[in-house]
Design a protein around this ligand. Structure first.
Ligand code: FES
Length: 86
């Protein structure tokens, strides 16, 4: 077993059956911002399975702050990024 360096922050985007209908632009938006801000080594963007919050699809989760946000639209991505990631 070998310990690996943990990223400072992780953006989880739900890719469950319902969220995946709406999450494409959200994923692209975060990916673009991570690159734009030069944070590829510090911030990991990844998908997560359904967490039974489908009513608010698409959902994201920000760690280590443990902030969960639902009904994330493409227009919200930059505000979320500036508020919680940068
Ligand atoms: S599909 Fe995303 S919470 Fe269920």
């Amino acid at each position: 077993m070998k310990k690996i360096d943990a990223p400072e922050k992780v953006i989880f985007i739900c890719d469950g059956k319902k969220c995946s209908r709406y999450n494409n632009e959200v994923f692209k938006g975060f990916k673009h911002l991570i690159k734009e801000y030069g944070l590829k080594r510090n911030v990991v963007l990844t998908c997560m399975e359904c967490t039974d919050n489908c009513k608010t699809a698409p959902n994201i989760c920000l760690q280590p702050q443990n902030i969960w946000i639902g009904e994330v639209g493409e227009k919200d991505v930059k505000d979320i990024f500036k508020k919680y990631i940068v």
